[in-house]
Write a protein that binds this ligand. Structure first.
Ligand code: AP5
Ligand code: MG
Length: 191
């Protein structure tokens, strides 16, 4: 199995690049944001519980997200590898993921982080908010809150994987093609 984490702040291009990477490398895309939005659309209990957190730019509680990832994993046991997008987002989630993968006799091969400035992120997300229908893109205050939450709660995840020698940072500004090329160079060297 080849398991990759695409890491970076809200709006850094994780979803955009994931779509291309899963196609090229045949990985299963696991985006906790997409899964949560699906639960909200389906009006499930989990979705109802998650909605207020998402609308205000806060993280959904770890136990909810970890449970959802566990069941996604169970449903896709045959996958040749996973691309994690927007997960793990806290130190506790990173630990849970390491344990889950270890129980399947596999591990994270590498974490690639997209480096984008706060001003560029805000610009991208406000722009997307005009058409995405995403409640958390509509308001600059919520977008900046998401970035602050990223700095406070998610950046420790980078340290976790740096300590394990599995972390690479690449520029996330430039064209989508340029960034895709940098990602492929790193992945091709590891896969
Ligand atoms: P999630 O859905 O994960 O959103 P996010 O991380 O906030 O980031 P985005 O999906 O907005 O950005 P992205 O990096 O995917 O960029 P994209 O490719 O879309 O999470 C949403 C919420 O769900 C969280 O706030 C939290 O409440 C909850 N949640 C999710 N996972 C959780 C977890 N693990 N634990 C707890 N809570 C969780 O690109 C953004 C825009 O930029 C697009 O319009 C795109 O077209 C454009 N763009 C992309 N690349 C470029 C480029 N190179 N140049 C110019 N524009 C570009
Ligand atoms: Mg995304």
């Amino acid at each position: 199995m080849f398991n990759l984490i695409l890491f970076g702040p809200p709006g850094s291009g994780k979803g955009t690049q994931s779509d291309r990477l899963v196609e090229k490398y045949g990985l299963k895309h696991l985006s906790t944001g997409n899964l949560l939005r699906q639960e909200i659309n389906d009006k499930t209990e989990l979705g109802l519980a998650a909605k207020n957190y998402i609308d205000s730019g806060k993280l959904v509680p770890d136990q909810v997200v970890i449970g959802m990832v566990d069941s996604f994993f169970e449903q896709h046991k045959q996958a040749r590898g996973f691309l994690f997008d927007g997960f793990p987002r806290t130190a506790a989630q990173a630990e849970a993921l390491d344990n889950l993968l270890a129980s399947k006799q596999t591990a994270i091969a590498t974490v690639i982080a997209l480096d984008v400035s706060e001003e560029e992120l805000v610009k991208r997300l406000l722009n997307r908010g005009k058409s995405s229908g995403r409640s958390d893109d509509a308001d600059e205050t919520v977008i900046r809150k998401r970035f602050a939450v990223y700095l406070a709660e998610t950046s420790p995840v980078a340290t976790h994987y740096k300590d394990a020698g599995k972390f690479e940072l690449i520029p996330g500004e430039g064209t989508v093609d340029q960034i895709f090329e940098s990602l492929c160079l790193i992945i091709d060297a590891k896969i």
